[in-house]
Design a protein around this ligand. Sequence first.
Ligand code: C5P
Length: 226
Amino acid sequence: ARIPVICIDGPTASGKGTLAAEVAQRLGYHLLDSGALYRLVGLAAGKAGLSTAEDDLRQPDQAQRLGTLAAGLQVRFDGPRIWLDSVEVSDALRSEVAGMAASRVSAVPEVRAALLTLQHGFRRLPGLVADGRDMGTVIFPDAPLKVYLTASAEQRAQRRYKQLISKGIAANIDSLLADLEKRDHRDSSRAHAPLKPAEDALQLDNSGLDVEQSVQQVLNWWQGKT
Ligand code: C5P
């Protein structure tokens, strides 16, 4: 039998990361935060002096350069901590700017192709919980459980706002909402691996749920599969 994978896909700030980490911990599974990989590519591009402006990314040679950069990423993961070229970037990756850059570079097919093998490498025993946009549709299409997590845009902006404020980072709720809708739109409308539920995904709207209730729902579904 193949190594089990639980996929959790959904829009920006839907709570995928928190849910995936919690489910992985309860099951003793590995964790793949695939968004971090696209954030890393954005960050590495900045360091290498490569533009991630949308107009530039439409140029074939620029897309090629970015793909090469993604294929050669020097990264190390240790639980939630991440290093790029031996420098810890865990905090830098979480910024809204990094999220926006990730959304732009992730539309480049060369980048997505370069990250495929890296992502498959996370599938190790006893199992994997993977979160992102295309875990169930493209990366692990044979996963026995695929969850599509949603919440209203207002709820998601509110959560992101609280997260930032609690970290002492200044934030504005209206601009967060605008950014989030812009990112959702770009992620859902791109030609390659757009954000959408897999045909066999189970939908979970966590608007009225706390983290524990969402975790229990996923664990119940998982029990039904095994
Ligand atoms: O989930 P997170 O906010 O960290 O993802 C950052 C960006 O990376 C997303 O807006 C999306 O454009 C991209 N992404 C992707 N495919 C994934 C995960 C993230 O295209 N599997």
